[in-house]
Write a protein that binds this ligand. Structure first.
Ligand code: HEM
Length: 224
């Protein structure tokens, strides 16, 4: 695999959103790009850290930790070589060149997004099959995954990947679904859960729930 992927195609845009490249495989970043919170190509690490810090809803030193973690992850996301790391640190992370980078598990994750960034609904159903009925703090019952079920889901993903799974995949995964649970989860403590309906909206519609967008500054609007 070359250090820099050749394809940086613009990708598709959903109605009223910015286009997102298929070479951006992260559902969280895809929604940030689609809704104009960050650009789709080179994004300075400081801007990425600030945006994700705000989205996390954390304040004070907890938000500082989120910002630092984001800088570290985004700083190596386009390649581990010195040239790549320096380029990320000085110009920014290249969000439409994340595919085939060091964080890409090539099918070792949920497989909800394929290599062309198409959403596979049957994989969202599979995610749901790990969940259970959860009590929505604002009323009603819905299918969701608590930290425990997310652990089981991630372990099953590694198992499904068989010999292709690398030793460090479980480490990468800790920065994906468990962090999404932290940011998007409903409820507190052991009962905090990730709503499958909201995961579907994130992947399919590239949208965050309003309680998350309320934490973010007003984004750029796409030209109609
Ligand atoms: C709070 C911030 C973030 C959250 C909640 C988040 C969450 C996720 C989730 C849930 C996945 C899906 C994994 C799967 O399908 O199994 C993912 C994948 C990915 N994320 Fe993020 N992410 C965040 C920040 C970032 C950052 C800053 C980068 C790099 C600049 C990044 C790069 C990736 C990549 C490359 C993948 C694809 C992994 C794969 O397909 O194996 N993410 N992320």
């Amino acid at each position: 695999m070359s250090d820099r992927p050749v394809a940086t195609s613009l990708g598709t845009a959903l109605a009223g959103q910015f286009p997102v490249s298929p070479n951006n495989p992260c559902p969280f970043l895809r929604a940030l790009v689609a809704n104009g919170y960050v650009g789709g190509h080179v994004v300075p690490l400081s801007q990425l850290a600030e945006t994700i810090g705000a989205a996390s809803g954390e304040t004070g030193s907890a938000q500082t930790r989120v910002r630092i973690a984001t800088r570290v992850i985004a700083g190596i996301a386009n390649g581990l070589g010195p040239a790549s790391v320096i380029r990320s640190a000085t110009s920014g992370a290249v969000l439409d060149e994340l595919r085939d980078g060091p964080l890409d598990k090539h099918g070792g994750g949920s497989r909800i997004l394929d290599a062309e960034a198409k959403v596979h609904d049957e994989q969202i159903e599979r995610l749901a099959s790990f969940g259970k009925d959860c009590k929505d703090p604002s009323g009603g019952i819905e299918t969701g995954l608590t930290a425990k079920e997310i652990e089981a889901f991630m372990a099953a993903n590694i198992k499904r990947d068989g010999d292709a799974a690398r030793w460090y995949f479980p480490i990468l995964m800790k920065g994906e679904w468990p962090v999404l649970l932290k940011i998007l989860g409903k409820g507190e403590g052991e009962t905090r859960y990730l709503s499958v309906a909201e995961v579907r909206t994130l992947f399919v519609e590239r949208r965050f729930p309003e309680r998350i967008t309320a934490r973010l500054p007003k984004p750029a609007a796409p030209r109609m």
